[in-house]
Each structure stands twice: as C-alpha cells, then as structure tokens.
Design a protein around this ligand. Structure first.
Ligand code: FUB
Length: 356
C-alpha cells in the first residue's frame, strides 16, 4: 500500500508549530464589547459568585479634579461605586445594581474612590477599595455585604498599615492575599519598604529615577478579612535572566493594576505598565513570587490608563479592561470592555489588540 507522505510528517509539523490556537483575530473569538454605554466606568474587577458574573468598577465622572488638581491623578475624582452583573458575557444584558458604596458613607475617606475588588468568605462579601484620607494619603478600606450586589457597609477606619492603591484579593487554598500598589498619583514611589517618605519631587514628573526598582506589594489577610496578617512584602518581577525590572524598562515594569489568577497550577501576575498603556504578565510558582515576565496580554489602548481583570466563567476565560474610546480619548472618562482571553498550548497568553 502506498504510504501517505504526511502520515509521519504531519504530527511532527503540528508538534513544531507555535502551539497557537490561531491569531488574536480568531473568527470564533467575540470582538471586544463595551459593557455599559450609559455611563463611564473603569478598572473592572470581574468575579464569579453563585454562578453569576459580577463586575466591580470605578465610577468615573467629569470634574475639575480632586481639590482642583488636574494632574498627578487628581482628575480621577470618584465618589461612589456601582456593581454590575451578567450571565452571558458575549451578548447578554448587563444589570446595573446601582450605587453600593458612597464616599459620604465612609467615615475616614476624603476623596478619590479608585479601583476596588471583592472577595467572598463564609457567606460574606468584602469590598477592598483605596481612598485618600484627610491628609491626602491613599489608604485601603474594607466594606462588607451579605450579597455580591451589595450594598456594602464600610469599616470605620482603613486597614492598619495599608497604603497606595489598586487592591486585588486572591484566594488560594483557603488563604487570601492582597496585591496592591500604583505609581505616581498612586503614591507607591513615596514608600521605602512600608515606610512613608514624602518628597515633593517624587510627586511630579519624572517622580522616579531610571535605575530604581519599585515593586507591587503582597500581604496575606487576617482570618476575619479586615486586616493584614503580616507586613506587606515586595513582589519581585524578573526578566528571563532573573534581573528585576527598573524604571528604565518602561514597557515591562510594574506601574499599577495588580491582578492574580491561577491557570494549570501556575500563578499569573498581570499588571499595567502605565505610560506604555499596556497590560503585561509574569508567571510564578506560588502567590508570593518571584514572577518571571512572559509578555503582553493587551497592546496599547486609547487612554492613558488601562486596568483589567482575568476570570474564567462557564469554561471560557475573559479579559475585562477599559479604554477611553467612547469619550473620545478623555483619560478620566473611561469605559469598561470585555473580550475572550486564550492560552496557547504552552500556557502563554495570546496577545489581544488594545485598539480592536
Ligand atoms: O481609576 C483610578 C485609577 O486609574 C486606578 O486605580 C488605576 O489603576 C488607574 O486605572
């Protein structure tokens, strides 16, 4: 019998192919979708609770800026949070559950309700959010609800020893970890370890020097979910030679928007590069890291910031993020979006076009 030329060759070709499921423009991958055209929402933290997908964004608004300041993040002057939920991510109706926490209800907070995240433990839902205290210093607070859609009741004080912005809470084998931190307006560059060292030149451009490494932070949470159970530690992000990124590595170094998810036993730490306007990721073997840089998840978007979350829902992985497309590029009026996220066979993430 004549032997098919490809019978031995085809499996070899397939094995050598770059393990791709196709380009990021896969016909069967749904195009990015704006989730809520009626208002400006950013920093979407997507979580699955009770079989439904909930989204916890920041609520952008057009103002003259925090205390009249329109740089250093002052233009992101938000005063409340909404919760959204949906069943069908690609096409389904998005329910707005309305205002679930307002600045006026938080005894210690003075302004700027930035990115939040929500975790579930023992029938209660804990919202973690940054806000400025009366001295203009970012702290992280906790608010509690009996249902994922809130309303959330804030604690009287921020978490002891908390600072900077962008909390992401990740559960692993019954323990909860908070990742946090953000540069420039997010104030992380003002901390030496966990000690606040204010310097006016660290508030305005260039606010950092090229050779320094500034790392996101991680701390395990206490059993009651209300405090850190340990002093925050620095999360190491390394290149493939084991070298930590410095501020000179503009398109790879951490800026803000920590997110952690687990895939096939590996820990994926993803983050925004800030002035490179992309989302990147690094992979490690445990929640504390170190994490080795792998690449870009989302290429440059149409806004100064982008901020994301990654979640699996009904067997499909999604990237939630924001850009300023609908506001015509106003950086403080952003809109949340979602698209599908795909892994290649080697566990790497297929790059998504931020302008799509
Ligand atoms: O929404 C305010 C801030 O902008 C967030 O906390 C940052 O991550 C950036 O998206």
């Amino acid at each position: 019998m004549k032997k098919n030329l490809f019978s031995g060759f085809l499996p070899l070709v397939l094995a050598l192919m770059p393990a791709a499921c196709g380009p990021s423009t896969d016909a069967n991958r749904f195009k990015p979708r704006y989730l809520f055209p009626d208002d400006y929402m950013a920093d979407p933290a997507a979580r699955v609770f009770n079989g439904r997908l909930y989204v916890y964004p920041s609520h952008d608004r057009d103002t003259d800026g925090y205390l009249g300041i329109k740089d250093n993040g002052g233009e992101y002057d938000m005063v409340d949070y909404h919760v959204f939920s949906l069943d069908d991510v690609a096409h389904g109706e998005v329910t707005d559950h309305g205002v679930v926490l307002a600045l006026s209800d938080i005894p210690w907070a003075h302004g700027q309700l930035w990115d939040n995240d929500v975790a579930h433990k023992d029938g209660r839902y804990y919202m973690y959010f940054p806000a400025k205290d009366p001295d203009g210093i970012f702290r992280i607070g906790v608010a509690i609800a009996d249902r994922p859609e809130g309303p959330f009741v804030p604690q009287a004080e921020p978490m002891h020893g908390s600072y900077s912005i962008d909390p992401c809470v990740f559960e692993d084998n019954g323990s909860y970890y908070m990742y946090f931190g953000g540069l420039w307006g997010g104030q992380l560059q003002l901390y030496n370890g966990n000690t606040y060292e204010y310097a006016p030149e660290r508030m305005n451009m260039p606010y950092v020097t090229a050779g320094e490494t500034i790392s996101p932070r991680i701390a395990k949470l206490s059993g009651d979910m209300l405090q850190f159970a340990e002093s925050p530690r620095e999360v190491q992000l390394l290149d493939s030679n084991g070298r930590p990124f410095t501020q000179a590595d503009k398109d790879k170094r951490f800026f803000e928007a920590s997110w952690m998810h687990k895939y096939k036993g590996k820990y994926y730490f993803s983050y925004s590069t800030g002035d490179a306007h992309t989302i990147c990721y690094a992979v490690g073997d445990n929640p504390y890291g170190p994490f080795t840089y792998q690449g870009v998840i989302l290429t440059e978007v149409s806004s100064w910031t982008t901020h994301h979350s990654i979640v699996e829902f009904n067997g499909t992985w999604y990237l939630f993020y924001h850009d300023a497309g609908p506001s015509g590029g106003k950086n403080h009026l952003r809109s949340m979006k979602v698209t599908e996220l795909k892994y290649l066979r080697d566990g790497s993430i297929q790059e998504i076009d931020g302008k799509e």
